[in-house]
Design a protein around this ligand. Structure first.
Ligand code: GLY
Length: 426
């Protein structure tokens, strides 16, 4: 069996790791991959957005499955092109990927389908957006409607911050066309949860809920990042919350997408806010989340490969057994480069200590230099996951390993999972 993974970050390393665990004889190819994935398979120097070269690779290699990691190629129609050519692909069509790539489209779909979410209006004129901000009052949320590399959402605490965000997106065009329209959305209070569902378009299998840590500093302080760590399971994701997410979020969204003629197959990620009125959707993503995937997959006992193959070959998840999970907890600590989330310097040598029990190191922004040494090559460099019998044990092992990794100016948080530990009084 031969599988291609498109992408080259920590999420794609975790996917490769899990698929290899599901079938150790699997032949893995990653494009472009990274030095961590290279220990599990072969890396091809093809960009994740080069759809022609990727489909040629899949045909040449007679791949049984291609798994798309990032949203960019999905927006560009990689899954449509693969399907047109009879190639098995895990990931939604470009039309279905709009659930992430057009926040305006996603919001309209949710409101039509009765999926709980904050009220919002779309604007392309700055004056209209500013008037709406004044009607709602601060705090208020300003979202670029298109893909903005994780930077398109501003939670404005004051009207002035909201005006600045509107100017940045609509007038200065900081995100180009992706910010040519903005949503002005009511602020929701509560705690966020990330819930992933594997889906064939009709049936869904929901994975363990996780919580991302988006701020750079401990205690969730400082600027937003692409994610400094994640943990699973999360105590507030009770059975009632998970049932609610299935019945009021995933099922109506999948039904609405089928009715619109854009069935969603692949991995649907719901970013939820647990408000006093129940879970509400903050956003959907059309792919696995990062770094949540690095925390969730080491807990998964069921085969991800079987489910991906079923979905990619238009089979039904109905007949597959429910997902099984190991007991205990998993904590992922992201190690970032100096300067992150601002501009970072690349090329610093990384030294990795020997792996300890229960620890897995996923590569994100790394590469090999001309001498073959492992060096930094991005903002988020490594994702260190530890599983353990308790959240505290997993946090201790993950942060402990991260502390022993060395490269110039590395930064990481030691408190991943702090909300649940505080709740438990641990
Ligand atoms: N963890 C946030 C994301 O993957 O978009």
């Amino acid at each position: 069996m031969k599988v291609i993974i498109v992408g080259g970050g920590g999420r794609e390393h975790a996917l490769a790791w899990k698929l290899h665990r599901d079938d150790p004889s699997l032949e893995l190819i990653a494009a472009p991959g990274n030095p961590g994935i290279a220990e599990l398979g072969r890396c091809e120097a093809i960009a994740a957005t080069d759809i022609d070269a990727l489909s040629a690779l899949a045909r040449r290699e007679k791949a049984d499955l291609t798994v798309i990691g990032p949203e960019g190629p999905l927006e560009a129609g990689i899954a449509d092109r693969f399907r047109e050519q009879g190639l098995a692909v895990f990931g939604p069509t470009s039309g279905a990927a709009r659930i992430e790539t057009s926040k305006t489209w996603a919001k309209a779909l949710m409101l039509r389908a009765g999926v709980p979410t904050a009220a919002a209006e779309t604007f392309s004129d700055p004056a209209g957006a500013r008037a709406e901000v004044r009607r709602l009052g601060a705090p208020v949320v300003i979202k670029a409607t298109g893909l903005a590399a994780g930077k398109g959402v501003v939670v404005a605490q004051t009207l002035r911050d909201a005006d600045d965000a509107i100017a940045m997106m609509l007038e200065k065009r900081a995100f180009g066309d992706a910010g040519g329209e903005v949503l002005v959305e009511q602020f929701m209070t509560g705690e966020e949860l990330s819930i992933f569902a594997l889906t064939d378009g009709t049936h869904a299998q929901v994975m363990l809920a996780a919580q991302d840590h988006k701020r750079i500093g401990e205690g969730d302080t400082g600027p937003n990042t692409g994610g400094m760590g994640a943990y699973t399971p999360v105590s507030i994701a009770s059975d009632a919350v998970m049932d609610d997410a299935m019945d009021r979020v995933f099922m109506p969204t999948l039904a609405a997408m089928r009715a619109e003629g854009v069935p969603f197959t692949g991995l649907l990620y719901a970013g939820l806010m647990l408000t006093p009125d129940g879970p509400k959707v903050v956003e959907f993503n059309c792919r696995f989340g990062d770094p949540e995937t690095e925390a969730i997959l080491p807990m998964m006992e069921s085969s991800l490969l079987d489910r991906m193959l079923t979905i990619a070959h238009s089979g039904s998840l109905k007949d597959l057994s429910p997902l099984r999970w190991r007991s205990g907890a998993s904590v992922t600590t992201v190690i970032a480069a100096a300067g992150y989330p601002g501009s970072v310097k690349n090329g610093d040598r990384i030294s990795l200590p020997p792996i300890t029990d229960g620890v897995t190191v996923f590569h994100a922004g790394t590469k090999r230099d001309a001498d073959g040494a492992l060096v930094t090559a991005g903002g988020r460099v490594l994702a260190v996951t530890a599983t353990g019998p308790t959240l505290r044990a997993a946090q201790h092992a993950s942060a402990g390993y991260a502390a022993a990794v060395t490269f110039t100016g590395r930064q990481f948080r030691r408190d991943i999972g702090w909300r649940d530990l505080a709740r438990a009084g641990a």
